[in-house]
Write a protein that binds this ligand. Sequence first.
Ligand code: AMP
Length: 197
Amino acid sequence: MITRHFGIPVTSPGAILRRERDLGTPLGLETADTTQHGGLVSDKIIVELIEDWLRLHGGHGFVFDGFPRTIPQAESLQSILVRHRTPLVLAIWLDVSEETVAERIASRLQCQSCGFTTSLSSGNFAERPVCPYCDGPLVRRNDDDVEVLKKRLEEFNGKTQPLAAFYEKAGVLRKIDGNRDRETVFGDISRLIEQSA
Ligand code: AMP
């Protein structure tokens, strides 16, 4: 949605790893077990992915989704951005309760081609699981499962939560209540992006 609305490139290590897994590349196969069970992939692999992506797409602004997820990743990002002479202007923290997360993953559908994300309960996607943007297949993610969610939340609480204080200290953290509907949350994110441009 951010790319379509603002023309800013967005990348997500999770999306890259899913594509690598679907293509059966060595990276996809090496990380498939970890992603499928909700663990965090090593910082080294993730930081290399981001550096490669920035070499190709870096320029006038970009958004990372699901990165950084650990303090070492955030520290590496600082050095990468210094090398790219790009200051970090905004870190958006979407506050979502564990109940909301559980409800959302139980009905999440994702386009295998472009990553568009929706829900089984919206529109007529349950009957016709086809992406409205690119006609790709809308599928359930294999890590959207109650047991895997437990592990993902454990990783989040232990390794990702400390990033709130890290970016608060850096003066770039903005919190948004992510429990509300998609349009309202996107409206708030858009305002933050516009204000920081
Ligand atoms: P996501 O699509 O952001 O939910 O990520 C799916 C999975 O990819 C996660 O559960 C992790 O296994 C892996 N992953 C994505 N981003 C990161 C990251 N920044 N650090 C480590 N592992 C990640």
